[in-house]
Design a protein around this ligand. Structure first.
Ligand SMILES: [Zn+2]
Length: 162
């Protein structure tokens, strides 16, 4: 399973809600996504990044794999933080992005049970970043126009040298 890279148009797609109780393919999808994420290596991956338009994200920030179906960021802290953010679909590029320091994410687990997760720091950032992917939003879409231009230039240069 390959991770799609910018400017693949599939990365701009909106993913569709899933029904984990009635979609037996999700478990295999999550396993394949996890292999791709650990191989990269990365700490999060969204199904849209592997060309699957389903609202599934995975993350592993604290040595435990989390798989979420239909994740929604339902609360965010007023306090924000700017940190360099990378993306497996933008290899070699890091962009300073301001995001809430903490967030609450509601989702379903792979059995279809509702889950509510509170994220802080890196975990909060990963939850927001991966949920963005499901709406076709990439880190360049969160950057200021100047940073976007500079990042795209760095990305082109990095790719020319690969
Ligand atoms: Zn990403």
């Amino acid at each position: 399973m390959d991770i799609l890279e910018h400017p693949n148009p599939a990365l701009k797609q909106h993913a569709l809600d899933v029904d984990p109780k009635n979609d037996p393919s999700l478990r295999g999808l999550v396993q394949a996504m996890a292999r791709a994420m650990y191989d990269a290596p990365g700490v999060g991956l969204a199904a849209t990044q592997v060309g699957v338009q389903k609202r599934i994200i995975i993350a592993d920030v604290d040595d435990a794999l989390i798989a979420l179906c239909n994740p929604r960021i339902v609360e965010t802290s007023e306090e924000t933080e700017i940190d360099d953010e990378g993306c497996l679909s933008f290899p070699g590029v890091y962009i300073p992005i301001e995001r809430p320091v903490s967030c609450v994410c509601e989702a379903l687990d792979l059995k279809g049970n509702p889950v509510r997760l509170k994220g802080e720091g890196l975990f909060a950032r990963v939850l927001q970043h991966e949920t963005d992917h499901l709406d076709g939003l990439l880190i360049i879409d969160r950057a200021t126009p100047e940073e976007r231009r500079a990042a795209l230039r760095r990305y082109r240069e990095a790719n020319e040298n690969r």
